[in-house]
Design a protein around this ligand. Sequence first.
Ligand SMILES: N[C@@H](CCC(=O)N[C@@H](CS)C(=O)NCC(=O)O)C(=O)O
Length: 214
Amino acid sequence: MADFKLHCFAQSGNAYKVAMMLDLTGSAWEPVFVDYFVGQTRDPAWRAEVSEMGEVPVLEHRGERLTQSGMILDALAEITGRFGGRDARERREIWRWILFDNHKFTSYFATHRWLRTFAEPKGHPEVMAFLAGRISNNLGIVERHLKDRPFLLGDRPTIADLSLAGYLFYPVEETGYDLDTTHPAIAAWADRISELPGWRAPYEAMPARAAVAA
Ligand SMILES: N[C@@H](CCC(=O)N[C@@H](CS)C(=O)NCC(=O)O)C(=O)O
């Protein structure tokens, strides 16, 4: 029987951060498909029952419902004893990167991908240009940081890596970013994460329906 139930859909990189952690820790988990593309997360009944914030991921564990990927990753690090900080300094460093990720790294990258690939109508060119500028700056920051260390905190992967990498395993046709060409340190880091035992790509780990205009 599954210890964890993850409310998710495969196109969600935020849900994927948690799916990746569950896979890498060898946790017994099962997905609960959320039909985002027909508006399930905007359904008042779903919000009342599953998440008042109207977002996945939602993780069910022992009668508790956890939301917000960063907080869920932190809880899973505590529950599994894996990928967390070993001392207070490391725990602060992890949160520093998760906050940067949620505010800037994932948020602009995911919004850009959404407006480019799934939204109808597609994003206005001026909006896309604004997002591209922010993404370029943020990718540059992470690229520089990873030039001389294999993972964000150094030699060992942590939940900070899983948070920031959440959207980097989707096809280039979806994201519009070929990081192998433009950001080699980030691409090598993503490869290192994908080589960890138990890793699966987003469309293998979580259920999907073909995207339709939401
Ligand atoms: N800060 C949140 C972001 C979660 C989020 O944006 N989830 C998206 C899917 S990737 C969602 O469920 N959106 C639902 C909606 O906008 O209706 C986290 O990290 O968990």
